[in-house]
Design a protein around this ligand. Structure first.
Ligand code: ASP
Length: 357
């Protein structure tokens, strides 16, 4: 039976294969696994991004695919793949999740994350986390070991300690690059600059002039969607939110149906962008509804929500999605989105700018 795949993915594969037209259907008797990853959407231009930066991000995205592939190729579950890939991205200071998260206006890292299992519709989410190394794992603990879907702040962290979820000192999340972004944003807004967080040392003198990385002041959230060989889908999203957000602000990432959603009957979605818009539109669930009840293909549904609804509301960002049949899609209305996809037996695709596959 042919392996159903999304049009963009097939196009990408055919381009990578040097323009050959119809990729041969894989020999596997049943559809295999599929995986997509994002590392945030935003202003990313070929002209302004250095070759070194581009290579750094492409390597990080490829490494994320490799982590997911390692789980799914062994017959692992979509849920395990999602958690493993998000954990790796949370530990990578390049991204605005876990280590490397952006700062609140009062100079703290408040982390949000969610995970959802499309087979059971179970979900777990955490918000306002300051001392747990991998918020996605805490979200999974909420899903599997509590009667709740969402926990916040100190209560969530206390629950995590009871369940032996690894802690981290708040200074673990600190990066100089994000701190300088906070200072710049607060200065532009005429707001006071908070003292440097305890335990991070004094500001380096002189400040490193450009670390070759783009100034990710707003985006860099990470998200993963996967479909395993058993046909189950899952989604996970993790973020520090938006630079200089007000203390206590919660974005879309941990809101089930807004930034994260998964249902075997339709699809799994993870979003990135200005969360307030994603919450108002219920973006992730809306994409799945258009697939499940609206008769749209996954790509049509993602485009309808991002290119039409989100854009009309003035929002910015994008989604990655996988349908229950393994079809993959992404859509974004910014100039770039760190993104990657892979499917069993297919060549992976890693992309950053608009116009790439
Ligand atoms: N959606 C995230 C939030 O609003 C930010 C992002 O995707 O970069 O918290």
């Amino acid at each position: 039976m042919p392996h159903p795949r999304s049009a963009p993915f097939l196009l990408a594969l055919s381009l990578l294969a040097g323009g050959c037209t119809t990729p041969a259907p894989p020999a596997a008797p049943k559809p295999g696994w599929a995986l997509a990853v994002h590392g945030g959407a935003g202003v990313m231009d070929r002209e302004t991004m250095s070759a070194e930066t581009e290579a750094t991000y492409r390597a990080a995205l490829q490494a994320a695919l490799n982590r997911g592939t390692a789980v799914l190729d062994k017959g692992g579950s979509a849920l395990d793949a999602v958690e493993a890939v998000v954990r790796g991205l949370e530990d990578d200071p390049l991204f605005n999740a876990g280590r490397g998260a952006v700062f609140t206006a009062d100079g703290r890292n408040e982390l949000d994350a969610a995970i959802m299992d499309g087979g059971t519709l179970k979900a777990g989410a955490v918000a306002g986390i300051t001392g747990i190394r991998n918020p996605i794992t805490l979200a999974r603990a909420v899903m599997e070991q509590s009667p709740h879907v969402m926990m916040i702040g100190q209560g969530a962290e206390r629950f995590g300690a009871e369940k032996s979820v690894e802690k981290a000192d708040p200074s673990w999340f600190f990066t100089e690059k994000r701190w300088q972004s906070l200072k710049k944003t607060l200065t532009e807004r005429g707001l006071p600059i908070p003292p440097r967080p305890p335990g991070v040392g004094p500001e380096p003198v002189p400040l490193a002039q450009g670390d070759g990385l783009p100034e990710d002041r707003k985006f860099g959230t990470v998200g993963v969607v996967a479909r395993d060989r058993a046909g189950h889908v899952a989604a996970g999203t993790s973020t520090g939110g938006t630079t200089a957000k007000l203390w206590g602000r919660v974005g879309d990432s941990p809101i089930i149906g807004a930034g994260t959603y998964a249902d075997d009957k339709s699809c799994a979605v993870s979003g990135t962008g200005t969360g307030e818009y994603f919450i108002r539109l219920g973006v992730a669930r809306e994409v799945c509804n258009l697939v499940g009840y609206g008769g749209k293909s996954l790509q049509q549904a993602a485009d309808a929500v991002i290119q039409k609804q989100l854009t009309a509301l003035g929002g910015d960002g994008g989604v990655i999605a996988v349908a229950a049949d393994g079809t993959l899609a992404w859509s974004f209305n910014t100039s770039g989105m760190y993104r990657a996809m892979a499917a069993e037996g297919q060549k992976p695709v890693v992309a950053i700018f608009k116009g790439e596959p």
